[in-house]
Design a protein around this ligand. Sequence first.
Ligand code: CTP
Length: 401
Amino acid sequence: MLALGGKKILLGISGSIAAYKAPLLVRLLIKNGAEVKVVLTPSALDFVTPTTLSTLSKNPVNSSFTEVKENQDNPEWNNHVKLSLWADYMIIAPATSNTISSMASARCDNLLLACYLSAKCRVFIAPSMDLDMYNHPANQQNLSQLKTYGNIILESETGDLASGLKGKGRMMEPKNIIKCLISNLNHELSLKGKNILITGGPTYEKIDPVRFIGNFSSGKMGFCLAEAAANLGANVTYISGPTSFKISNHSINIINVVTANEMYNEILKFFFSTDIFISAAAVADFIPKFNNSKIKKKQNLSKISYIENIDILNELGKIKTNQIVVGFALETDDGYENAYDKLIKKNLDAIFLNILNDKNNVFNSEYNQGKYITRKKTVSFEQTTKLDLSFKIFEQIIKDI
Ligand code: CTP
């Protein structure tokens, strides 16, 4: 059986120079066993012809809401609802800034957008833009927004751009789109029915009414884990420490906390009905003795005393029943030994080790790498996006369930 055998794929092409790669994508989809139908935006017609696409896909190709067929006087309606419901997956490649913005705001002035808005299937979006356009906050915000609706963004690649600039923005290569699709299909809904609880971000502990101790965690890794789990069909609760990273996803139950104790209390509400708990939060290890009034410059700050904070994971390791409990370890030295030590001491099933050094700054980065360690095995992961890494971590957890 071919990897995409029997899958029905609706390919939407919008008007970018990268549309010249769309016929290759159609060929690869078909080679892998998929049935393909194509819709184009009117401006995509400037870059690629319907004849090429219909020949390769062996299906009619549509670019408008209506068309006049041979020997007919009246135009016929291209039923976007029927097309969308036909599809097991929709891929929008290339997706231009214009199309992405319309998708994020539910504009519906062409057939591709109408199909997208009516689609009930998983949608993959392959942005294609020039460097600065891709980086524009409005585009980044629209992509984040589209993710929150459960769409999967096929990360743009870095390299030569049509403008002559070099950088991120190129449409993902067709062969890589196929890989992502197949990997998603293999994972699809593999966590269906599972309750997954994840913590992420820092915790803050107050020093006085205006100051706190915290750390540099952005919460991105925790949130990517939550998104991956939701994409794999799990019921996800994400408990987040304070972060400026904007998080919203309609399919995830998000709870915001500030301190470690607040985080622990929220965890306890869900822990005993949880199948998998992942502690990606960077919990503050110390609680300063709280000063009721603002500490003045003249006061000696070295006089602040601290007590040890709750070690949430350690407590959960003591009370766990049949939950799979996964920790994170951020280390600067002796990475493996320290991480393994935490795995044993905190009674974990697995721990993900991040090494923090000059070359690898995980804080606030889109990327991460590290080692997934259990009592029986260690699996190393090269640097990749935090979302991709999250899928890979779940792949390991699922093997252990
Ligand atoms: N953790 C926790 N509560 C704490 C500290 C850490 O639940 N007070 C969890 C983290 O979420 C992580 C794991 O324990 O999953 C390891 O955290 P890390 O900061 O690497 O280690 P610590 O246990 O704090 O030990 P140390 O700071 O000495 O390395």
